[in-house]
Design a binder for this molecule. Structure first.
Ligand SMILES: Cc1cc2nc3c(=O)[nH]c(=O)nc-3n(C[C@H](O)[C@H](O)[C@H](O)COP(=O)(O)O)c2cc1C
Length: 216
């Protein structure tokens, strides 16, 4: 048995630290503009790649959006989708919605568009015959892994979903089999909080409703 075969023990200190990480993981929209080094990003992508996936298919595909033209298109996409979302809000919530900051696209030094390769042959289809959506579930696992790993390094992640996915795929010219899953802004946070921004803004507090057990 080599050292790397010996299962680790996650002691109380580790478990406490892990809980703190979960409690302090935030969706970040306010970034400093100083860069996140390429080694940091590479390390995060390596850790994201350890996520579970249906049939071990690893269908996540990351695109680093770097050029000013590509970023301009993403911002325009967001602005249009956000204006449409604002118009859809009930009258009594419209003012509050308009006051929310829902993306950090201007300042974030790193932009990652995340896709799911819907036709990957990796995994030979195992596990997804009746539930093809498990490919996208797998990509979300990788995103959450990256999110936690980033927070452990002090790097903030903000998930932007207020986007037209078809326009985004066209603007980034990705292969036609890739489905858009998420747009992530990464960078050093301007501020740290123990509670979600949407809770502080009075939009929606955590309720714990999802943790209630239904027994059958
Ligand atoms: C699938 C998904 C999509 C999201 N899209 C957005 C978004 O477009 N804009 C935004 O400000 N936050 C977005 N968020 C972040 C949520 O608003 C945030 O997770 C939630 O308010 C709880 O805050 P916390 O992540 O800081 O705990 C998204 C989160 C998820 C999981």
């Amino acid at each position: 048995m080599t050292d790397s075969d010996i299962p680790p023990e996650f002691d109380l200190g580790f478990r406490d630290g892990f809980e703190t990480l979960l409690r302090w993981r935030r969706d970040v929209r306010r970034f400093r503009t100083d860069p996140v080094g390429p080694n940091v990003l590479d390390g995060l992508l390596d850790l994201a790649d350890l996520a579970p996936s249906v049939g071990n298919s690893q269908p996540w595909r990351f695109v680093s959006v770097e050029t000013s033209e590509a970023r301009r298109r993403v911002r325009a996409n967001f602005e249009q989708a956000n204006a449409d979302a604002l118009a859809d809000q009930a009258q009594e919530r419209r003012h509050l919605y308009a006051s929310l900051k829902l993306a950090g696209l201007e300042q974030a030094p790193v932009h990652l568009a995340v896709f799911t390769d819907s036709e990957t042959d990796q995994g030979y289809g195992l596990g997804r015959r009746t539930m093809p959506q498990t490919l996208e579930h797998s990509t979300v696992m990788a995103i959450h892994t990256l999110w936690l790993a980033a927070r452990a390094l002090g790097v903030g992640v903000g998930w932007v979903s207020i986007l037209d996915p078809h326009r985004l795929c066209a603007d980034l010219s990705v292969p036609s089999d890739w489905r858009f899953t998420a747009y992530l802004c990464l960078g050093w946070p301007e501020e740290e909080h123990a509670d979600p921004e949407l809770e502080r803004a009075g939009w929606q507090a955590r309720t714990g409703r999802g943790r209630d057990l239904l027994r059958r």
